[in-house]
Design a protein around this ligand. Structure first.
Ligand SMILES: Nc1ncnc2c1ncn2[C@@H]1O[C@H](COP(=O)(O)OP(=O)(O)OP(=O)(O)O)[C@@H](O)[C@H]1O
Ligand SMILES: [Mg+2]
Length: 234
């Protein structure tokens, strides 16, 4: 479904990712793991068209998307739930969700999608009129995921959904992501919480200093000595 081959990208003259190869199959849940500054968010931004490639290729459903503007990439079915949620604090929960359906095909389905998100996240339904900035961190994460779903994507990319959340709230967030994946949606999950992420994804890539250093199934990574030492505290 999604394939990155030899992707390099960065900011100004400083490359942040070098020669990255990643694939995500239809309906698959894939992890992109690694420490601070490894290039995880940059990789997602390159897929979304927010950062331009300096070399390499990105295809989605067999189309070359590397040169497309972000809204065209969204139209093809890629939703990006950014690091730090990035909800609009002054707008209500409902308004934030409606913004998620900004492309024409999603706009036409907006009220149906809203019902779906409200049924999946009852807390968002209860608080639909509340300004997003007054919601808790966990609620804002649910809102950010809900806003991504409003696009009716085929691939949902999540950048550190557990960031800053208490363990019990992280569990609730991961349970929701699992539920969304079970509906058939492909997931590309960026996480620093490696042990948690490996319980959700089927395969994962580990980035270090902008390069993929290890990839494999979740079981392979969980048993890999280097992964255990660097990320699992074993
Ligand atoms: N807007 C920017 N301008 C310049 N350099 C940037 C910018 N954003 C990120 N970088 C640099 O690119 C590299 C990769 O950053 P990136 O945000 O992709 O890492 P990350 O793996 O997502 O880290 P974290 O886990 O801390 O979110 C880092 O060296 C970072 O300093
Ligand atoms: Mg990041």
């Amino acid at each position: 479904m999604l394939a990155l081959s030899g992707v390099s990208a960065g900011y100004g003259s400083v490359p942040a990712v070098h020669g990255v190869d990643i694939v995500v199959g239809k309906g698959e849940a894939v992890g992109l793991l690694g420490a601070n500054g490894a290039g995880k968010s940059t990789t997602l931004r390159a897929i979304s068209g927010l950062v331009r490639l300096t070399s390499g290729r990105i295809t989605f459903l067999e189309k070359d998307i590397a040169a497309l503007p972000p809204y065209r990439i969204a139209e093809l079915g890629i939703a990006h739930v950014p690091e730090g949620r990035q909800v609009f604090p002054e707008l209500t929960v409902r308004e934030n969700l409606e913004i998620g359906a900004y492309i024409p095909s999603a706009k036409a389905e907006r009220s149906r999608s809203l019902d779906l998100v409200f049924s999946m996240f009852p807390v968002l339904a209860e608080r639909r009129k509340q300004p997003a900035g007054t919601m808790s961190g966990g609620e804002q994460q649910m809102l950010a995921v809900g806003r991504g779903l409003m696009l009716k994507p085929r691939l949902l990319m999540l950048d550190e959904p557990s960031l800053g959340l208490a363990p019990v709230v992280t569990d609730a967030t991961f349970a929701k992501i699992q539920e969304i994946h079970a509906l058939g949606m492909a997931i590309l999950l960026v996480e620093q919480n490696v042990s948690r992420a490996l319980t959700l994804v089927q395969r994962a890539y580990v980035l270090d200093s902008g390069k993929v250093i290890i990839h494999g199934t979740s079981a392979e990574l969980a048993n890999n000595k280097n992964v255990q030492a660097a990320y699992l505290g074993i």
